[in-house]
Design a protein around this ligand. Structure first.
Ligand SMILES: Cc1cc2nc3c(=O)[nH]c(=O)nc-3n(C[C@H](O)[C@H](O)[C@H](O)COP(=O)(O)OP(=O)(O)OC[C@H]3O[C@@H](n4cnc5c(N)ncnc54)[C@H](O)[C@@H]3O)c2cc1C
Length: 361
């Protein structure tokens, strides 16, 4: 057993990246992870039932995040473009949104320095009648793509994020052929085994800390180091210290709790469906929704609160809120060629809780 200089709490992308950086600097670390696997909200399923690796959590590389691209290059992974074309369902007709980028661009000008919620920004600064369509698309995008509540989401952060993505039509999004989990695998492989230890199935419940000494309690075990890096999901840090399930910090960290409580993360549920055949490639489906070129390249069909993404080789991933899942299933059931049994994919209490457990991290 190594004597770690640093404990890292959580073996998700943040924890594994921190471990890789410290390992490179020759610092000994101990990673404590509650689950029986590393990766956190990145979880690729390699199941013979599916023709490709399936991402249960994060799936797309949005824009140009340097750290992610460095790993993709170093690990020689294949990241393929995902078209970012937009269609809107009007009645039973799918309408191509020709000027999607320009419309969003009309909204994201003149963002004031003093931050305000996206809904308030639209009300105060973008109320002109000629912006009605742009406003509607922007709200859909904030809800559908960012999984954010416009009443709560910060306009500054939305603007920053959209700027990072770049031109929505020109700048493609990417999907890693081997699955997002290959990023975690690469980080894992890069760790110096003599200096880094990972303990799975170790949910930490208490962290006692002082300058240059920290002790973590997990069940009957305690672990000590000089420093700690905490990469727990936001939701956990927002639980009041005395509430069930909270992580206790001794002494408590009130300023950090205040900061955590000012942040919010959109609730997302991802459901994966495997279809017997790619029904959307059937020309009759394209005709039924009035799309001349068909739906062969359909990747991200979204409604305000729900989306089908990554329709590849007979596998569709729907990223929806829990209620949206039922609505989507009902909608899909009306498509010609769709042979899924919708009743079996309505969100039952059981499926809800397992989706939610993944979404919460
Ligand atoms: C369905 C879904 C789809 C997504 N799609 C995308 C996407 O397409 N592109 C994108 O960029 N991002 C996407 N995201 C977001 C992305 O997955 C997360 O931002 C990222 O994985 C978070 O990494 P993290 O290390 O910060 O947190 P996490 O991955 O949550 O890691 C935290 C770790 O801490 C562990 N932990 C929790 N409690 C304890 C405890 N008490 N003791 C020890 N360990 C504990 C958890 O088990 C977990 O492994 C998606 C998220 C979800 C849920």
């Amino acid at each position: 057993m190594i004597r770690p200089a640093v404990i890292i709490l959580g073996a998700g992308a943040a924890g594994m990246a921190a471990a890789a950086a410290l390992s490179q600097e020759g610092v000994s670390t101990l990673i404590l992870e509650a689950r029986d696997r590393i990766g956190g909200r990145i979880h690729t399923l390699n199941d013979p039932a599916f023709p490709i690796p399936i991402d249960m959590g994060a799936e797309y590389v949005h824009g140009d995040p340097q750290a992610t691209w460095k790993i993709i290059r170093d690990a020689k992974l294949i990241a393929h473009d995902v078209p970012f074309d937009h269609y809107e369902l009007r009645g039973n007709r799918l309408v191509h949104l020709e000027n999607f980028s320009e419309e969003l661009g009309r909204i994201m000008t003149g963002v004031p320095k003093a931050d305000l919620s996206f809904a308030e920004f639209l009300r105060k600064h973008k109320a002109r009648p000629d912006l009605a369509n742009a406003r509607r698309l922007a709200i859909h995008f904030v809800q559908g793509f960012d999984a954010a509540d416009p009443q709560l989401a910060s306009t500054q952060s939305i603007a920053e994020e959209w700027e990072g993505i770049g031109d929505f039509e020109e700048e493609t999004q990417h999907r890693i052929l081997e699955g997002h989990g290959s990023i975690i695998d690469h980080l894992h492989r890069s760790l110096d085994r003599k200096r880094v230890q990972i303990r799975l199935n170790t949910p930490v419940s208490e962290i006692s800390w002082q300058r240059s000494k920290v002790t973590c309690k997990a069940g009957r075990n305690t672990f000590s180091a000089r420093k700690i890096i905490v990469t727990l999901p936001l939701g956990l840090l927002q639980i009041p210290p005395d509430a069930p399930g909270a992580i206790r910090f001794i002494p408590d960290i009130p300023r950090k709790r205040i900061a955590a409580n000012r942040l919010a993360s959109g609730p997302v549920v991802k459901a994966l469906f495997k279809f017997r055949e790619p029904f959307w490639e059937n020309p009759a489906v394209g005709r039924a929704v009035h799309v001349k070129e068909g739906l062969k390249k359909a990747v991200f069909l979204k409604r305000a609160r729900s989306a089908i993404s990554g329709v590849v080789d007979g596998v569709a991933a729907a990223t929806v809120d829990a209620d949206g899942l039922g609505r989507w299933a009902e909608g899909a059931g009306r498509w010609p060629g769709f042979r899924g049994r919708c009743s079996s994919i309505r969100p039952s209490i059981r499926s809800r809780s397992c989706f939610i457990s993944l979404a919460r991290g």
